[in-house]
Every structure is written in C-alpha cells, then in structure tokens.
Write a protein that binds this ligand. Structure first.
Ligand SMILES: [Zn+2]
Length: 207
C-alpha cells in the first residue's frame, strides 16, 4: 500500500462507525481491495433476495469486476468516490497534490481501459458510485436487474473527474477535467469552487 496518510484517507472514505472500531490499516485495506464493504454488502443481499445470481470478483479477460453475471456477460463495478473520481465527491487533498493527482490519473485510466476491454469483448459494463450504492441501493439493484433481464443499461451520467487544477492561490477555485466512463471521446472542463461536501452517511447499518 502506497498510502501513508491513512488518517486523511479514512476521512475521505468516511468510515462507518463499525470500521472505526477496527485498526485504520485493515479498514483501509478492505476499502482498497473493494471487498466486503458495507454498501456493497447491502447491494449484494438485495440482489440475492431478488433472485439475481452473480459471481463475486470473478476474473474475466484479466479484469476483476465486483460482481459478474457470466451467462449474461454483465460486469458490475462499485467505485469509491475518492479513488475513482466521483464528479460529486472527489476532493483533491491540499497536501501532496502531485501524488494524489497521479493516483487519480492511474485509477481512472485503469477503469477506462478495463471498461473498454470488457466492452470490446461483448460485455455490458455497469459502474456505480459508492454513494449511489449507499444512498439508493434499490435503484442500483433495479438497474442491475434490468440489465440482466434485457441486456441494456442507461446510466444517468457517466462523468468521472480525471484531473483537478487549482486555479487560485487560496486553492478555492479549481478547473476540473471530466471524462465519460463509457465513451472515452466525451470530455468536458468545468471551473468549480472547491467543495468537500459529503453525502449523508447512515449512522448504523444492519450487518
Ligand atoms: Zn460520489
């Protein structure tokens, strides 16, 4: 793990009360590996109770999506808002900017390549943000269910942030470079006021 500032990462990934009980490092490791995090668990339960049978972290064409429906050739990813460049929740840390920007660039580049590779092999790729899975698991489950039944997925938006340039000395104004997750040719640039807004995190989760 290259991450040294675990306190920062934990703050960004908003650990649940349950995960703060454990050591910071193991909570961080779980999040990095994307395995068995709270929201993803709830989603899996929801799918399971709706009769949707997936494989977890199955390797397809060298890629390991979070959920795989092999027969329907559907790959589902749940992307952490900080690590994968959520356009609503990415926050460029104030210190060690180059390190974090390189990280964001590498992660989003890999995501794009993996999405493109799977698509080129005839797979339908569904990528959801951690905040969507946490805030609207039913809606996410419905999208997956529709995709499994009909082989189609119409995302509301595919934007990811791939680069952030601070524009002012106080670091309040930023230029955001956005790219579409599913269509690499679709790009845009936005000037924004720096925001550290979070989504409302549930106080406790049924485990
Ligand atoms: Zn988000």
């Amino acid at each position: 793990v290259q991450v040294r500032n675990s306190a920062l990462v934990q703050a960004r990934s908003r650990p649940s009360p349950a995960s703060t009980d454990r050591s910071g490092r193991s909570a961080l490791m779980r999040r990095i590996k994307g395995a068995d995090t709270g929201p993803e668990c709830s989603l899996r339960r929801l799918l399971w109770t709706n009769g949707l049978r997936y494989r977890k972290h199955l390797r397809v064409h060298g890629v390991r999506p979070d959920l795989v429906f092999p027969r329907q050739k559907i790959a589902v990813f749940v992307d952490g808002c900080f690590w994968h460049g959520c356009p609503e929740h990415y926050v460029l840390p104030r210190s060690r900017r180059d390190f974090w920007l390189a990280k964001l660039d590498a992660n989003t580049d890999r995501d794009r390549r993996q999405t493109g590779l799977l698509q080129s092999q005839g797979w339908l790729v569904l990528r959801f943000w951690e905040h969507e899975v946490e805030m609207a698991p039913l809606q996410v489950a419905e999208h997956i269910s529709q995709a499994v039944s009909h082989g189609v997925y119409t995302p509301a938006s595919g934007w990811i942030v791939t680069m952030v340039e601070p524009l002012s000395d106080d670091g309040q104004m930023e230029r955001w470079h956005l790219q579409d997750r599913y269509d690499q040719d679709l790009r845009t640039i936005e000037v924004r006021v720096r925001s550290t807004r979070k989504w409302p995190r549930k106080q406790s989760r049924p485990e």
